[in-house]
Ligand binder design. Structure first.
Ligand SMILES: C[S@@+](CC[C@H](N)C(=O)[O-])C[C@H]1O[C@@H](n2cnc3c(N)ncnc32)[C@H](O)[C@@H]1O
Length: 210
């Protein structure tokens, strides 16, 4: 059957994957403080290293409980955070009431105007997405960003514990870590300007538009 309305087609695509992510992260929100304890100082250190001008606005996609958004806000950036998990957002709003958090499914990123934020960031989103959804998300992040796309995620295998957690989240982590990031970003019209380790298995990639 032919899809007549492209918006409807877009919202149906990846529906199962998005529903699963919502359920998984609503449940995981209870233990997320443990993950925050690991990630929060790493985000703060990485932003300190990058030292991006604080007047640049930020859209943090898949913001979760808001720790990357808060690391930006703590440096003086105006930040908006988007996520589809109500429970993660509830925690984000409680912890960081001054930040603008919105319930938003990333399948709707095409509705956000091109170049409307200086920086578009995401922390530990991409490894959980299927290759095709990931491609769409990275392309839209590149389109929405006026200057930079900043990605934090796994750069290599994190060992048995990470493998176990990611196996529960879904099937996409092994393929993600096996895919070269430079090729993936280049496919979205991005060049890696800086990249560095944030932990034994995590990386930051600061990308600019080609
Ligand atoms: C591993 S958490 C990372 C959260 C946060 N960025 C951090 O670094 O702590 C991944 C987040 O992606 C969100 N997410 C996954 N798929 C999404 C979608 N289609 N739309 C919006 N958020 C999504 C989940 O709800 C979850 O909060």
């Amino acid at each position: 059957m032919q899809e007549s309305d492209p918006r409807q087609a877009r919202s149906r695509e990846f529906l199962h994957e998005r529903k699963r992510a919502r359920v998984f992260f609503n449940l995981t929100s209870v233990i997320y403080p443990l993950i925050e304890w690991h990630l929060s100082p790493r985000y703060q250190d990485a932003l300190g290293k990058l030292d991006l001008p604080v007047e640049l606005t930020v859209l943090d996609v898949a913001t979760g409980s808001g720790i990357l958004a808060a690391a930006f806000a703590g440096r003086g950036h105006a930040v908006t955070g988007l996520d589809l998990s109500e429970r993660m957002l509830k925690r984000a709003r409680k912890r960081f009431p001054a930040i603008d958090f919105r319930t938003f499914d990333l399948a709707n990123l095409p509705r956000i105007a091109s170049g409307s934020y200086d920086i578009v960031s995401c922390g530990y989103l991409l490894h959980g997405l299927s290759a095709r959804f990931r491609e769409t998300i990275v392309k839209n992040m590149a389109r929405i960003a006026g200057r930079f796309v900043l990605v934090f995620d796994y750069c290599c295998d994190g060992g048995w514990f990470v493998r176990l957690i990611e196996w529960i989240e879904g099937p996409n982590y092994p393929r993600f870590i096996a895919t070269p990031r430079d090729a993936e970003f280049a496919g979205a019209g991005l060049t890696i300007e800086r990249e560095f380790r944030t932990s034994e298995f995590g990386n930051a990639w600061l990308c600019i538009k080609k």
